[in-house]
Design a protein around this ligand. Structure first.
Ligand code: EPU
Length: 305
């Protein structure tokens, strides 16, 4: 993963594809295909933004100015079914990696079934849900540092927590430590994790998954939880009466209140305004400040609450 840096092509005025299906594009975008491409980009540009699968991202209607690295071309996968060691490039789609590892009889990733993400995005923000998080099976992460050098960081040196990894630099790949098991049992587990997601979340409408992180209560709230407990943001948003509220083409899902869903006519500004409204209502009702999980890109800085 090292060598002489190449000079990849930089595209101008390129669209940015996100799961919200809305928002602006990039003034400059590079479809990186190797760690060397990434190294060249970070050496030659002051600031870069890293695009994974766009599953947790809202791009402002006016787009972004700094160079966007589209990581989809970092697509290597190497599976050792005997030891359970798996390498995947940052651009590999997590659902595809899950299907492949389950087929090979390797357990550990199937609990993440139904989470739309690239390996890089999931690794950076510790994607997870009811049945586990990606940090549980990460063995090491490969990053390109600001000076262009590639580093391998062992799991023991990563500061993983709820939806955070503390990883600096551009993730170019991850190594997983999976457990050899029975492919049929693993497939059943995958199906039941998927069924739970389908029954509780709006899988058919464009969204970026959960919009806010589940907060830790600073003080006990009767009927909600004890001080120190992490509670469902969706439950708080629901109980603050937000299901179904709209701004323009953006709406709080009736099925899971932590999902902001978008119609064809939605603009990124609608989603940002709806986020503010949800934060305000939850704060008024419970005194709990919600923190965004969805990343918002804009020309000035990160927008939104
Ligand atoms: N609930 C409501 N109303 C709602 C949504 C949820 O009352 O509108 C209640 C549910 O009935 C349940 C509780 O809240 O009693 C928890 O709900 P759920 O199991 O859906 O879990 P969550 O804490 O709301 C988390 C993750 C999801 C993940 C699910 C399931 C966060 C922010 N969310 O949601 O992750 O899929 O667990 O594993 O951590 C994501 O991060 O994008 C995401 C979707």
């Amino acid at each position: 993963m090292s060598g002489v840096a190449s000079q990849p092509e930089i595209l101008e005025d390129a669209p940015i594809s996100t799961w919200f299906g809305i928002g602006g594009g990039a003034d400059r975008l590079c479809r990186v295909r190797s760690a060397d491409d990434v190294a060249w980009c970070v050496r030659e540009h002051d600031a870069v933004r890293v695009l994974g699968d766009g599953a947790n991202l809202l791009v402002d209607d006016a787009g972004v100015g700094s160079l966007v690295l589209d990581t989809a071309g970092l697509a290597d996968v190497d599976i050792d079914a005997t030891s359970g060691r798996v390498f995947a490039g940052a651009g590999v789609r997590l659902p595809q990696l899950i299907t492949r590892t389950v087929r090979e009889g390797l357990g550990g990733l199937e609990v993440l079934a139904g989470i739309p993400a690239s390996v890089g995005g999931a690794t950076k923000m510790n994607a997870g849900g009811r049945f586990g998080s990606i940090a549980d099976v990460i063995a090491a992460v490969y990053v390109v540092r600001e000076d262009g050098a590639v580093a391998r960081i062992e799991r023991s040196s990563l500061a993983y927590g709820y939806r955070v990894s503390g990883i600096q630099g551009v993730i170019v790949g991850a190594e997983f430590s999976l457990i050899p098991g029975d492919p049929v049992a693993l497939r059943d587990r995958l199906k039941s994790c998927m069924a739970y997601k389908k029954s509780s979340q709006p899988m058919g409408e464009p969204s970026a998954g959960c919009c806010f992180k589940n907060p830790v209560l600073e003080q006990s709230i009767e009927g909600v939880g004890e001080a120190g407990a992490r509670v469902s943001a969706g439950m708080l948003i629901d109980r603050a009466g937000c299901k179904g509220i709209r701004v323009g083409g953006a709406r709080v899902s009736e099925s899971h209140a932590n999902f902001l869903v978008t119609g064809d006519e939605a603009r990124a500004a609608d989603v940002v305004a709806l986020m503010h409204e949800v934060v305000r209502r939850v704060n008024d009702r419970f005194g709990v400040p919600l923190e965004r999980e969805v990343v918002v890109w804009s020309r000035t800085a990160e927008a939104g609450p």
